[in-house]
Write a protein that binds this ligand. Structure first.
Ligand code: PSU
Length: 306
């Protein structure tokens, strides 16, 4: 059986054909993760960062039911302003195609489509994880199970403390996903550089991470890798500032009965309101920082493919 492939734009297709560096970017961050127009400005800035670092950006999305890797600026604009747009994880893609929907792809869907397109590295802000209270709700992001079955390396800034970080790391261990922190022993917590938990591994350069990726895939486990890149010092929020805000937002979600796929977008929007825009500023900076590291990794990784 032939596997589906997303349609590639020319720039992405040419780079993949040459074995050149390509970085996949997700689109749920555009459709559900940030408000307009910050979402559009960030998406454009992130693509520019990837280019400036010598790689080709491949923003992945579903447009009118078509799977896409590499979209043009009109489509990006349309995605950034779309209302009632679907948030598609990997399991939602087939129905989105049948219904000709436009969808932002989550980390899980973006990993899957990147892999089908032949793109090994993907930059995002934060991955989904095990939600607080998961022992009662069972709310565990499909991002974690996808990491356990798809060979994409995901560069993120760790996971937010809207999640249960200890359980998220435990789950990644079960899924046989190496968690590599860049330049630190600590697993970062998205808005802050430390979560209080250690990452499994520390590597200090993009070239070393690319080599570890290459070797990891030689074992044929078929699992992804999670690369945790702490938010730049200057953009980081202090735990004293953000932790109370996160706890308030989580409590409010519980009181209002918000769960399942609505939970993460609700929490992100509420934390942004409660922090008077400070969380959004930090979010934008850490995504750009992740795109830089992912692009350096892609440049180093392309040497292994030749
Ligand atoms: N974290 C962020 N911004 C985001 C997301 C996570 O800081 O936009 C998005 C990503 O697309 C991620 C998804 O894959 O939320 C996870 O959603 P859920 O927790 O419902 O699996």
């Amino acid at each position: 059986m032939q596997l589906l492939k997303p349609r590639l734009n020319k720039e992405v297709a040419d780079a993949i054909a040459k074995g050149g560096p390509v970085v996949a970017l997700e689109s749920t961050i555009i459709t559900h993760g940030m408000p307009y127009p910050a979402n559009l400005e960030t998406a454009k800035a992130v693509e520019a960062v990837v280019r400036a670092t010598g790689a080709v950006p491949a923003t992945i999305a579903v447009i009118d039911g078509e799977l896409r890797a590499g979209i043009d600026s009109d489509e990006l604009e349309q995605l950034a302003q779309a209302r009632d747009v679907v948030k598609a994880s990997g399991r939602d893609l087939a129905v989105a195609m049948v219904r000709k929907q436009t969808a932002g792809t989550t980390v899980s869907a973006t990993m899957l489509l990147a892999d089908l397109a032949g793109i090994e590295i993907f930059a995002t802000g934060g991955v989904g994880g095990v939600h607080r209270g998961a022992e009662h709700t069972f709310d565990i992001s499909a991002d974690l199970t996808e990491l356990g079955r798809t060979k994409t390396a995901v560069v993120c800034a760790g996971v937010k403390s809207i999640l249960d970080i200890a359980k998220t790391l435990e789950y990644l261990e079960t899924q046989r996903v190496p968690v590599i922190a860049y330049g630190t022993d600590d697993f970062p917590a998205f808005f802050t550089r430390k979560s209080g938990y250690k990452a499994d591994h520390k590597l200090d350069s993009a070239a070393e991470i690319a080599k570890a990726m290459w070797l990891h895939h030689q074992f044929g486990t078929g699992t992804g890798l999670l690369i945790a890149n702490p938010i730049p010092e200057a953009a980081a929020l202090t735990p004293e500032f953000i932790d109370g805000t996160i706890t308030d937002a989580v409590r409010e979600a519980e009181e209002r009965g918000i769960g399942r796929k609505e939970l993460t977008p609700f929490l992100l929007a509420r934390i942004n309101e409660l922090s008077k825009g400070e969380s959004l500023k930090a979010n934008i900076e850490l995504v750009k920082n992740n795109a830089t590291l992912a692009s350096k990794m892609a440049v180093a990784y392309s040497a292994f493919k030749k």
